[in-house]
Design a protein around this ligand. Structure first.
Ligand SMILES: NC(=O)c1ccc[n+]([C@@H]2O[C@H](COP(=O)([O-])OP(=O)(O)OC[C@H]3O[C@@H](n4cnc5c(N)ncnc54)[C@H](O)[C@@H]3O)[C@@H](O)[C@H]2O)c1
Length: 331
């Protein structure tokens, strides 16, 4: 069983993508744990970066708005840091197909810049990289373990996989230490809900807030596992504080796996939202992975992590947050 109660006290921590959904939530937890936090986020247009995400810790963190696609800026950012959480990324699967070069720059070039900057200027820093379950493609068996074949169905999955390999290679060859976590559908307060780029939960939350019908593509029976943001932050903090995780890849996941329709029915219990079932748009169908849920027992064995927030509670807290701070996210 691992713990991080005092692990981050006084440590200098860089959070890339720290104005985004997961990065800002992590930064808040790090401040609470006594870390000296630097956020690196260039507020890429249409992504989840939002100054409002860090308004409660704005005077307790340093913010660097340089872009990770620029090697020299990343070199400066990594200097004198003890730990790095590398969360800056392009998350939209659809955008990765429409704008593949942008995805390549953001997910691959930025990640290569990070590991190379560490090799040259701060080889003793420890990094956690947030990858995605999208690297597996269409599962051939469930639950998906880390040794399941990887065959991504979109450019995003390929680029995230390449970025994983940069971290693992630099770990093995140059002792630039990293752990890779493959996240699954993560939701909660501070999620980007303004546009459709952040996955279906963010769209559904916006529909609930605007009292517009949700469109479910296909038949809604696709299975997924969902993690509430607090559980993912807990996993990130545990992973970096657990030396036996270094150099390895771990799935996150949830004890329950539910269908998209199950999720919408939970939303219906806490809001007045309606839904309709519509055919899968062709562009989305081509990159859909069907049913997915992950086996996260390897991570549990090493860290003792357990996702605690069930979907109904998590969605309730999410909607409450966005009702209270609606103008910060939908203005
Ligand atoms: N949200 C999920 O369900 C999910 C699932 C799997 C993996 N992930 C991974 O977790 C990470 C964080 O995702 P998120 O949901 O918080 O996304 P987000 O869009 O809310 O945050 C990403 C942040 O990265 C910043 N960024 C992007 N490119 C940058 C660059 N070149 N330089 C500096 N900053 C840059 C953006 O401005 C944004 O604020 C991503 O790497 C994503 O691939 C997320």
């Amino acid at each position: 069983m691992s713990t991080y109660a005092t692990f981050y006290q006084g440590k200098r921590v860089l959070v890339t993508g720290g104005l985004g959904f997961i990065g800002s939530s992590l930064s808040m937890a790090l401040v609470q744990a006594g870390a000296q936090v630097t956020v690196l986020d260039s507020l890429v247009e249409h992504h989840g970066g939002n100054w409002q995400n860090i308004k409660t810790i704005r005077d307790q963190v340093e913010v660097n708005t340089h872009d990770m696609r620029q090697f020299a800026d990343v070199c400066e950012a990594v200097k004198n840091k003890d730990y790095i959480f590398h969360l800056a990324g392009q998350v939209s699967h659809g955008d990765s197909m429409r704008e593949p070069l942008s995805d390549l720059q953001i997910n691959c070039v930025s990640s290569m810049n990070l590991v190379e900057a560490c090799r040259q200027f701060n080889p003793s820093a420890i990094t956690v990289y947030t990858s995605t379950r999208q690297v597996y493609g269409v599962p051939i068996s469930l639950p998906v373990r880390e040794d399941h074949p990887v065959l991504p169905v979109d450019v995003n999955g390929i680029n995230k996989l390449a970025a994983e390999y940069y971290h693992l290679l630099y770990h093995r060859v140059y002792d630039v230490r990293s752990t890779v976590l493959r996240l699954t559908n993560t939701y909660g307060p501070r999620l980007q809900i303004k546009n459709d780029r952040q996955g279906f939960i963010s769209v559904f939350v916006r529909k609930c807030l605007n009292n517009e019908p949700i469109k479910i593509f296909g038949d809604g029976t696709q299975l997924r596992d969902f993690n509430y943001i607090d559980d993912v932050v807990d996993a990130l903090l545990l992973s970096l504080a657990t030396p036996s995780c270094l150099g390895k890849v771990f799935n996150l996941g949830s004890k329950q796996h539910q269908s998209v329709l199950d999720l919408v029915k939970i939303l219906q219990k806490i809001s007045a939202v309606q839904y309709e079932i519509v055919p899968f748009p062709q562009d989305k169908k081509l990159i859909d992975i069907g049913d997915y849920y992950g086996d996260f027992s390897a991570f549990v064995e090493r860290t003792g992590w357990q996702p605690k927030v069930d979907l109904a509670d998590g969605l309730k807290q999410t909607l409450e947050y966005f009702k209270q701070y609606r103008s910060d996210y939908l203005s």
